[in-house]
Design a protein around this ligand. Structure first.
Ligand SMILES: O=P(O)(O)OC[C@H]1O[C@H](O[C@H]2O[C@H](CO)[C@@H](O)[C@H](O)[C@H]2O)[C@H](O)[C@@H](O)[C@@H]1O
Length: 242
């Protein structure tokens, strides 16, 4: 794999951007990430440069991204909840109601980790996650419990970085990107998706199928991405060069 993404003419691409670990540095807790004014300014410039063909594609819910990014987020195109939610031009599309099984999974996580303040339970619109970045020793317990809950409930077990998540099934970042590429705003360009996590792989694969490519952010690993950028700073530099 080539380290570094090719210099692309902005006119030729539709741009899809993962959030955590791609646009913002990872933090110890989900609510501790920082969206700097310079990142907001960069996103605004990109939207103008690409005539609106820019979207965030995140495992977070649209509501979480709104809270972290602030008022500017309302004008952004956002794919949230691993492809289950889409907001474009202020219009929200969500693929279904929150199943009761997510509340039961939340209760099971809380019971299992009630004595451990270093495990963060993150409740999302269409998912629930247990984060163990502050206490990696609980990873085997969290994995086993999540597998059990997924088997019992039919919820999808989503892997991630120092976390396990139960979420609704039937969608992923690839389906979210494909839905946007079918819209007049994004169609007829090469889709390019920048992401760092295993949750981004379906997005990389779908971009390749649609004539574009993925850009893996971080250390090399088996991936469907064709290119790689070293870290968040390299992503910002590449985006600024567009
Ligand atoms: O698809 P993304 O936008 O990359 O979101 C993936 C998950 O990101 C968040 O968790 C990760 O970032 C946290 C903050 O830096 C970090 O503490 C955690 O260890 C990471 O897994 C978010 O909290 C999840 O909901 C997203 O699914």
């Amino acid at each position: 794999m080539t380290i570094s993404a090719p210099a692309m003419l902005a006119d030729q691409i539709s741009l899809f951007l993962d959030f955590d670990g791609t646009l913002v540095e990872l933090a110890e807790r989900p609510d501790a990430v920082v969206v700097t004014p310079s990142l907001t300014a960069l996103l605004m410039q990109l939207e103008a440069r690409l005539a609106g063909r820019v979207a965030l594609v995140s495992g977070r819910s649209v509501a979480q991204l709104d809270q972290l990014i602030g008022p500017y987020a309302q004008s952004l195109t956002v794919v949230g909840s691993h492809g289950a939610e889409i907001r474009m031009a202020g219009k929200d599309i969500s693929s279904g109601a929150r199943p009761v099984a997510l509340d039961e999974a939340e209760a099971a996580f809380r019971e299992a980790f009630s004595g451990n303040a270093n495990v963060v339970i993150e409740v999302k619109t269409l998912g629930v996650a247990a984060h163990y970045r502050l206490d990696p020793s609980v990873e085997p317990i969290a994995e086993t419990l999540a597998q059990q809950l997924a088997a019992e409930s039919g919820l999808y077990l989503q892997g991630g970085k120092m976390m396990v998540e139960l979420r609704t099934d039937g969608h992923d970042k690839g389906s979210g990107i494909a839905a946007l590429m079918a819209s007049p705003r994004f169609a007829d360009r090469r889709p390019v998706f920048l992401g760092d996590d295993v949750t981004d792989e379906p997005g990389f694969a779908r971009c390749a199928e649609l004539g574009g490519y993925g850009v893996l952010v971080g250390a090399d690993r088996p991936t469907a991405a064709a290119y790689r950028l070293a870290d968040v700073a390299a992503v910002h530099d590449w985006l600024a060069a567009l």
